[in-house]
Design a protein around this ligand. Sequence first.
Ligand SMILES: [Zn+2]
Length: 79
Amino acid sequence: MTKARQIPDSASGPVRMCVICRQRFLKTDLLRYTLTPEGRLCPDADKTHPGRGWYVCSDAACQEKLARFRPAKRRAGRN
Ligand SMILES: [Zn+2]
């Protein structure tokens, strides 16, 4: 099985990893989510929301899994 959506050689720009499938995509092809004070992930359409962001690709499977995705709290260090 070959994933169709790979980064083309001609692509340029920042690359981020989908937190679900761990493949790398152009940042512009990813959806950014940020954590609300209630601890829920919500889409950050403008990619301008401060704080840590989670990037998820547009794959339907990843979108579905994101609904059950819980961002792990870091044990050491605080950010
Ligand atoms: Zn993905």
